[in-house]
Design a protein around this ligand. Structure first.
Ligand SMILES: [Zn+2]
Length: 300
């Protein structure tokens, strides 16, 4: 299966957003108040050339993000975007030979502006996201949280993912995204309370499209919570779940902003299984896909 990492421009945020500093409200204010900017970092979206049709995971940034709401302190003090129209996901997919109508399904890990910024390029695709994440974008509370639903395309109407109540490896529930069952969504709450990630089984590997579950592979490995997760314990539990899969050595971990993501996908680099431990019964791997305790059925 061909999987493309598509870089939609760059974003610059504070170091304290990538790796949270302190705890509680202090941790959450640092991405705004800190003067310690990180280097420019990529904004990735992904396209999976699946036999059932192309699945796009996140839509990346859009050129409209070079202008951000003046009243919002995070947008004024905590983030900068660098993207031109030709760097948006639509033109880049066309250069790969993928037209908008080839994209059957778009799945959003969450609705932050650098993940929903390219929605206008998918006028006829089915758009899926967690229902509670969709609800969280609404009204003044949504705007304060940094969602910009007014920039969504007219008549944009995302479809809530229908979760299966069975566990999927270390995750409490899951949702197949294709009928073949080899692309599934799993809950990775933390960065936002209803954030999701996608797992693609491709031959012997699990490709973990992490969204912003962590900004870097290294922060996931170290269990470092970012600077924006509302609930630190929830975010830490999610990172622990991800590590249960990762520790088996067959998982390529691809956050949306890790500078190594495209290289890691190209090389299909996963952590070598090294310590010979038996996986515990909460884990799954490509070899045992789908986990035997679960029944995989399409989401429709
Ligand atoms: Zn985010």
């Amino acid at each position: 299966m061909r999987i493309h990492a598509i870089q939609t421009g760059r974003v610059r945020i504070k170091q304290a957003q990538i790796a949270g500093r302190g705890h509680g409200l202090l941790r959450q204010l640092q991405p705004i108040l800190s003067a310690d900017w990180a280097e420019w970092t990529p904004v990735y979206a992904f396209a999976i050339e699946h036999p059932e049709g192309v699945v796009v995971v996140d839509t990346g940034a859009g050129a409209h993000l070079k202008s951000l709401p003046h009243w919002h302190p995070y947008f004024q003090l905590g983030v900068r975007f660098d993207i031109e129209p030709e760097q948006e996901i639509g033109p880049q997919l066309r250069s790969l030979g993928i037209g908008a109508h080839d994209v059957k399904t778009v799945v959003l890990t969450h609705f932050h502006v650098d993940h929903d910024g390219g929605l206008a390029h998918f006028p006829s695709s089915r758009i899926l996201a967690d229902g509670d994440e969709i609800a969280r974008t609404a009204g003044i509370a949504g705007a304060i949280r940094g969602y910009l639903p007014r920039r969504w395309p007219a008549r944009f109407d995302p479809e809530p993912i229908v979760w299966q109540s069975a566990a999927f490896g270390p995750f409490t529930h899951f949702a197949p995204i294709v009928e073949a069952g080899n692309v599934v969504a799993v809950p990775t709450p933390g960065h936002t309370p209803h954030h999701i990630s996608l797992i693609v089984r491709d031959d012997d590997e699990l490709i973990f499209l992490a969204g912003d579950a962590s900004y870097l592979e290294s922060t996931m490995q170290r269990g470092v919570v970012d600077g924006v997760s509302p609930d630190e314990a929830q975010a830490r539990a999610t990172l622990a779940n991800i590590r249960k899969l990762y520790a088996q050595g067959q998982m390529v971990y691809l956050p949306a902003h890790d500078p190594q993501t495209a290289k890691r996908l190209r090389e299909r680099r996963s952590l070598p299984a090294s310590d010979g431990r038996e996986p515990d019964d909460q884990t799954c791997s490509a070899a045992s896909w789908p986990p035997s305790a679960t029944k995989v059925a399409p989401v429709m």
